[in-house]
Design a protein. Structure first.
Lengths: 114, 115
């Protein structure tokens, strides 16, 4: 069985602080994909990133960076110098090779205060 | 391209009524799916389709029917609405086969309230 856990229910930071969102994905599968989606207060779902389980190289894109460690099943997402517009619910969502469906975590609500 | 279009955006039903949530995509995606989102929870998969004429159940299929007669459309039918089906429903699509990167393209959601 697979299990995706986002232990942080809600995080509140002040603008310009760095913030890391945690995701732990427990599975016996050796090959899978991991996605992060953002849901702003307007309600739509916005794709942020996809990573493969065999690629543990960290990645940086602007203010966003991702740290994937297969040994600990963690796939964490960091926002550097947070902004009020980053306020949203962030979902971690793994997908198995050969399946199309994503399994969503319960989400982490990020509040960035001005 | 309009992307993934859902209608209606809001709907109020009485217990026992039936209705259909419409979903259409114009990206020629093979894969389409329906999720529901309840407060404080992530999205849960209701039904999905890997192509026209092919559908399968997801995590929470009870009380819902789907069909896929065309590539573009994937309607979700509530047979006899119950208050437990009060939720926000999202339709999503993606490429299949070798082009399947897994990224789902979502509609804007349909908020359903069952009284």
């Amino acid at each position: 069985a697979q299990k995706v856990t986002q232990a942080q229910t809600e995080i509140s930071v002040v603008e310009k602080e760095d913030v890391t969102l945690d995701c732990v994905y427990e599975t016996r599968d050796t090959t899978y994909y991991l996605f992060w989606y953002k849901q702003p207060p307007s309600g739509e779902l916005v794709f942020l990133i996809r990573r493969n389980s065999f690629d543990e190289q960290n990645e940086i894109s602007g203010r966003y960076s991702w740290n994937f460690q297969k040994s600990t099943s963690s796939f964490n997402f960091t926002i550097t110098a947070s902004q009020v517009v980053d306020s949203a619910v962030y979902f971690c969502a793994p997908r198995h090779t050969g399946r199309r469906a994503l399994t969503f975590g319960s989400g982490t609500r990020l509040q960035v205060q001005p | 391209n309009a992307g993934v279009t859902q209608t209606p955006k809001f709907q109020v039903l009485k217990t026992g009524q039936s209705m259909t949530l419409q979903c259409a995509q114009d990206m020629n995606h093979e894969y389409m799916s329906w999720y529901r989102q309840d407060p404080g929870m992530g999205l849960r998969l209701i039904h999905y389709s890997v192509g026209a004429g092919i559908t399968d159940q997801g995590e929470v299929p009870n009380g819902y029917n789907v069909s896929r007669s065309t590539t573009e459309d994937f309607p979700l039918r509530l047979l006899s609405a119950a208050p437990s089906q009060t939720s926000v429903y999202f339709c999503a699509s993606s490429y299949g086969g070798s082009r399947h990167t897994g990224e789902l393209f979502f509609g804007e959601g349909s908020r359903l309230t069952v009284l």
